[in-house]
Design a protein around this ligand. Structure first.
Ligand SMILES: C[S@@+](CC[C@H](N)C(=O)[O-])C[C@H]1O[C@@H](n2cnc3c(N)ncnc32)[C@H](O)[C@@H]1O
Length: 456
């Protein structure tokens, strides 16, 4: 290789000096000189300085050769050496600016559906749940995720079963399902261009808007709030130039990208009362897919249950008094974009979409739901937050109540899994357990729907 050693030897021979003469002039030991020329060691900067003077050769050029030898010697994988050097060159050139310049390249991967903070998300339990369902059921064609939340369970089901029905009462969840799953047309280049425009905006130059006036400096840093409000308004103004799928992808993309920046512990019941670090909103597209086998609803589960037929219905309702429409009010307001009057420290709108599952009627509503399902199997998730000391975390339905209701309907098995409770960090549920009931519905019970036990 054309290393510093062979370059020094070449120069020395060119000017007609032998090693002994160089030793005398430089006072560098002859064996060291020889090892340097043979590439067995690199010259120190001091040695190079002396040799450059004796050889009357540019010191900086010699240094550059020596430094490049060092880089080459440190390369562990020769097959990617060239590419590595190019990247190192760019990093040197752009210094601190490197990250922002190459953000596009770095963050190209689309955001997966799991990448969201959501109370009660079954992200960590999804495989456990799906495996049990798989083992305990036969001939499943239509799968229903009736309280779908993040849509993580539905996502698994979509890749497995012929037809999947997804439902949740929240507007923000509905938009997410449509963005990720709904069949529709979208132009990737058009969406990338829109995001490029959004990512290039300097929030300092934006004026105040509904979002920043209300949430700025609270749920998000003030500049990020201006940016979010501007983007939301722009999506609405562009609506007639977007397909339905494009509109939903952009809204879901907005939720997923701001979720990481929210100054909260994972929901919007409160914000963290500490100064918010400087932040920048960078929008990356969600991993949108096009499924032919999906039906998406935003209905009360008990009403929807009366109008659908399925092979299995997966049920994961809220079990305590904490309403999801209140926990995620900010996303609801962002998606509805009706700019309502907001109240209280947490800036919530007037109550909407309140779930009976979070009230003392929970047991009766659950019974009504089970009675009206037209399905072969029922799968119910349940967790034992019941022993909690905090009233709002106390379960509205007891484990035994669920079991008794399900047993009336068919042969029921209970599966149990221990996993760390996902909460705000204030209350520790050390013995948190997650249960999954699987009920094989009695033959005579199938396909019969019951009049409502409740007044809707
Ligand atoms: C425990 S979470 C579901 C979590 C979900 N399995 C996941 O993995 O993300 C309960 C969900 O039920 C929804 N919900 C509450 N009451 C409902 C009702 N009456 N009808 C439909 N959805 C309801 C809430 O909006 C919330 O998203």
């Amino acid at each position: 290789m054309y290393s510093i050693g062979s370059i020094l030897k070449n120069i020395r021979e060119n000017i007609g000096l032998n090693l002994q003469e160089v030793q005398q002039l430089s006072k560098i030991d002859i064996t060291q000189l020889s090892r340097i020329e043979n590439g067995k060691r690199l010259p120190t900067s001091e040695q190079l300085k002396k040799l450059s003077e004796i050889y009357n050769y540019d010191y900086k050029k010699l240094l550059v050769h020596r430094e490049s030898d060092k880089i080459i010697n440190s390369v562990e994988y020769p097959e990617i050496a060239e590419e590595t050097l190019k990247v190192a060159e760019t990093k040197l050139k752009y210094g601190q600016k490197y990250l922002s310049l190459f953000q596009n390249e770095i963050y190209q991967a689309p955001i997966p559906i799991e990448s969201r903070r959501y109370i009660g998300s079954k992200a960590k339990l999804a495989d456990w749940i799906m495996n049990i369902i798989d083992n305990e059921t036969n001939n499943i064609k239509t799968f229903v995720d009736l309280f779908a939340g993040t849509g993580i369970i539905a996502n698994k089901a979509l890749n497995k079963y012929n037809k999947v029905i997804i439902n949740d009462i929240l507007y923000s969840n509905n938009v997410i399902y449509k963005g990720f799953f709904q069949h529709g047309i979208w132009d990737m280049n058009k969406l990338q261009d829109i995001l490029l425009y959004y990512n290039g905006i300097n929030p300092d130059k934006l004026t105040d808007n509904f979002f920043s006036e209300n949430y700025g400096g609270k749920f998000f840093n003030y500049n990020v709030s201006k940016h979010i409000g501007y983007i939301r308004e722009d999506i609405e103004e562009m609506k007639d130039k977007l397909t339905e799928k494009e509109y939903n992808i952009l809204l879901a993309t907005l939720i997923y990208n701001i979720d990481k920046l929210a100054n909260t512990v994972g929901h919007f019941d409160a914000y963290i009362k500490k100064p918010i670090n400087e932040q920048k909103l960078y929008m990356r597209l969600i991993d949108a897919k096009n499924f032919n086998n999906v039906e998406i609803y935003r209905k009360d589960a008990n009403l929807l249950a009366r109008s659908i037929k399925a092979d299995i219905v997966y049920i994961d309702p809220p079990y305590n008094s904490r309403q999801y429409s209140r926990f995620y009010h900010l996303y609801e307001t962002l998606i509805k974009w009706d700019k309502p009057q907001l109240y209280g420290v947490a800036l919530k709108p007037k109550p909407d979409n309140m779930s009976l599952y979070c009230t003392t009627k929970a047991r009766d509503v659950f019974e009504d739901l089970i009675a009206n399902l037209q399905t072969q199997y029922i799968a119910v998730s349940y967790n034992n937050t019941y022993n909690s000391k905090s009233n709002s975390s106390e379960n509205k339905i007891k484990l035994e109540e669920i079991e008794n209701i399900l047993k009336k309907c068919g042969e029921t098995k209970v599966f149990e899994c221990t996993h760390r409770f996902f909460n705000t960090g204030k209350t520790e549920f050390k013995n948190h357990k997650e249960f999954l009931f699987i009920t094989k519905v009695h033959e005579k019970r199938k396909n019969i729907s019951f009049p409502s036990l409740l007044r809707w």
